[in-house]
Design a protein around this ligand. Structure first.
Ligand code: FAD
Length: 622
């Protein structure tokens, strides 16, 4: 009992609580159900589950696990338990709990409730405004503060690119009082939506407003998966997630084991983000492209920009800044070129290329869930639309190996359940593709990239291009794919079985979600033999893990080349400043420091804090 008393103010965290899928209320319910109380009671060795007070428990994480090694599919929960509420239990019942010792791995005792606020709230807290609850009031207060600050000299920062990295960097810097200009070559989401519509329906590709360029960055018209390899529970990821909720994401993303938003939720979220930034005084310039950096005495002192919408009336402008945050993503090849010409340190980085595979979603559901597949119901059912993630190492001779050092990694990437294949080219003579989905993931198709890791030894003939050799490698295969498709954004495609048999698909291709048409092509001849063989070997291995993956209904689309940046723009770890050019702060995926929406946002956030310190806007630790 003493121990319990000492823990009176505490919280316990209970992990790995399994509830059989057939008992659980389903993927959309994140409350505390009776079957969950039963699982909790089992861990606590508490005899009568229904006597546990529901309000003592909060669901922190809920994931679906349908791995074949389990007896049956389960929902797996992490739950926080409020000891104070449990102490109100009648004493005899409490006796059972008092005998419980937290078990490592299953139960963790927390001295303080671990509650990370969204970024907006953290910064408000740091500035002493945490008590202001309503976001509109907060915006008003900040606007007044910002206006007050206008009288004193504030550092001027240009943030280039409005993807997750640029948005989060802008947010932190603006809230600390910097005078931020957010420069984005593409259009605001409202116009960008129309431009993407014109691309899909009328085949008009706007080179500056498309699936890669425009407000919100590459991830806006995407699947909006918010999974990240940088640690789901760390405070920075939680801050990003809570900030997304602040701007309109469903709070469910804080609990879901595999959170995702979908394009229909991302678009309004990005718009709310912009309005908040504008409320803070950020000058958001759409249709405005960074062309050059102004460098004086080894330091960036400003940028040359042009209005990218009207090339015919090309208007160039020079704007002075104290610092430039470069968050341009990995498709801004012109920026890489410009940096190279300015002798900014760029180092080649391994990346991956391959093809995008698409199956009927019903096939993936049945591979993953067997009988439970009937409960998916186009995203409306109790269990989530099935996904997969496969990774194998393939040796030079095509055999499965256990060691990375022996061969090449082949893996699925950016899997979009219930999604569609989309064109992410920024140039009409190149084809590259990716996947997107809507929040319900209701489409009939499941697609994912199947890619092979590439290093500079794979393009020795391009080494004369220095650090940009990888960019040229990507471009070359994007051009070949465009030529194979025959133009007009038609994508070259081949059934999985024909790809494995090295033959052109002669019977009609299975349907594809790609809206601009596919053409039967010899994809097995597109990449160098080593890459093709690695893809073929890995397909056989994936089929062992997911029986039915090799199917005549599986259609490969070419090409997937932009899984990550082929270069890194090196920077100092603590300040985020470029190692070769003062005043330049390269961040996000394009700089080679992130891979995905959440990690790019976290990188932007940390850069914001580091730069705010450098500019003497903030002196604490976060
Ligand atoms: P970006 O988002 O690429 O943003 C860079 C911005 O800079 C762009 O808006 C661009 O227009 C702008 N810019 C470029 N050059 C200039 C210039 N010269 N002047 C001014 N502005 C410039 N990741 C996930 O985590 N989950 C997913 O489900 C997912 N799905 C995806 C689906 C698709 C179709 C695509 C293309 C990507 C997807 N990704 C996904 C990857 C994710 O979008 C990126 O990892 C992420 O957006 C990188 O963020 P960033 O801010 O570093 O760069």
């Amino acid at each position: 009992p003493n121990e319990i008393e000492n823990r009176e103010e505490g919280f316990w965290r209970l992990y790995k609580l399994s509830v059989p899928a057939h008992k659980d209320p389903g993927k959309d319910f994140v409350g505390v159900s009776l079957p969950l109380l039963e699982a909790i009671a089992k861990v606590l060795k508490f005899p009568v589950a229904s006597m546990l007070p529901q309000d003592a428990f909060t669901v922190l994480r809920k994931s679906f696990d349908a791995r074949k090694l389990l007896k049956e599919p389960v929902f797996v929960y992490t739950v926080e338990m409020d000891v104070k509420v449990l102490l109100n239990l009648e004493p005899r019942a409490w006796d059972f709990i008092s005998r419980l010792e937290p078990k490592i791995g299953l139960v963790e005792y927390l001295t303080h409730k671990q509650e990370s606020e969204g970024l907006v709230n953290i910064i408000h807290g740091l500035r002493g405004d945490a008590s202001v609850a309503d976001s509109e009031d907060r915006d008003d207060i900040f606007l007044k503060q910002v206006n007050k600050l206008h009288s004193s000299k504030r550092p001027k920062v240009a943030v280039i690119g409005s993807g997750p990295a640029g948005l989060f960097a802008s947010l932190v810097l603006a809230e600390f009082g910097a005078e931020v200009t957010l420069i984005e070559r593409g259009q605001a989401v409202e116009q960008r939506g129309r431009d993407i519509g014109a691309l899909v329906v009328r085949r008009i590709l706007q080179s500056e407003s498309n699936f890669c360029f425009g407000e919100g960055g590459a991830g806006t018209w995407s699947d909006g998966k918010l999974v990240t390899r940088i640690g789901r529970n760390n405070d920075s990821v939680q801050s990003v997630m809570k900030t997304l909720v602040h701007f309109g994401a469903s709070p469910k993303i804080l609990v879901d084991g595999k959170p995702h938003l979908g394009t229909d939720r991302l678009v309004p979220l990005v718009r709310n983000f912009r309005r908040h930034l504008q409320g803070l005084g950020v000058d958001v310039k759409f249709g405005t492209r960074l062309d050059e950096l102004i460098v004086e005495n080894g330091r960036v002192t400003g940028v040359c920009i042009s209005d990218a919408r009207f090339e015919s009336e090309f208007r160039s402008q020079r704007l002075p800044y104290d610092a430039v945050v470069l968050a341009v993503g990995h498709s801004a090849r012109d920026v890489y070129q410009m940096l190279h010409q300015n002798n900014v340190d760029l180092v080649p980085k391994d990346f991956a290329v391959g093809l995008r595979i698409e199956h009927p979603q019903a096939l993936i559901d049945s591979i993953q869930y067997s009988a439970l597949a009937s409960e998916v119901c186009n995203g409306r059912g109790r269990v989530p639309v099935a996904d997969y993630r496969v990774v194998k190492y393939v040796s030079e001779d095509g055999a499965n190996t256990s060691g990375r050092e022996l061969g090449h990694s082949c893996y699925s990437f950016c899997m979009c359940p219930g999604g569609q294949v989309v064109l992410t080219s920024t140039n009409p003579s190149e084809i590259c593709i990716n996947g997107m989905s809507f929040s319900r993931r209701a489409s009939r198709w499941a697609n994912a990239a199947l890619v092979v890791t590439i290093s500079s030894k794979d393009f020795v003939d391009l080494h004369h291009l220095g650090p940009l050799a990888g960019v040229e490698f990507q471009r070359e295969y994007e051009r070949r794919a465009a030529a194979m498709g025959g133009g007009n954004f038609v994508v070259p495609a081949q059934t999985v079985t024909d790809f494995l048999g090295n033959k052109l698909s002669v019977t009609s291709l299975p349907p594809s979600s790609y809206r601009m048409g596919v053409k039967a092509s010899k994809l097995h001849e597109l990449y160098p033999a080593r890459i093709t063989q690695a893809l073929q070997s890995s397909l056989h291995m994936f089929d062992k893990e997911l029986p039915g993956f090799i199917s005549k209904d599986g259609l490969l689309h070419g090409v997937e080349t932009r899984t990550s940046a082929p270069v890194q723009i090196t920077r100092h770890a603590d300040t985020f400043e470029s190692t070769s050019l003062q005043g330049l702060y390269p961040i996000g995926e394009g700089a080679g420091y992130a891979g995905g929406i959440v990690s790019a946002a976290v990188d932007g956030m940390y850069c914001g804090f580091a730069l705010a310190k450098t500019l003497n806007l903030f002196s604490g630790d976060v």
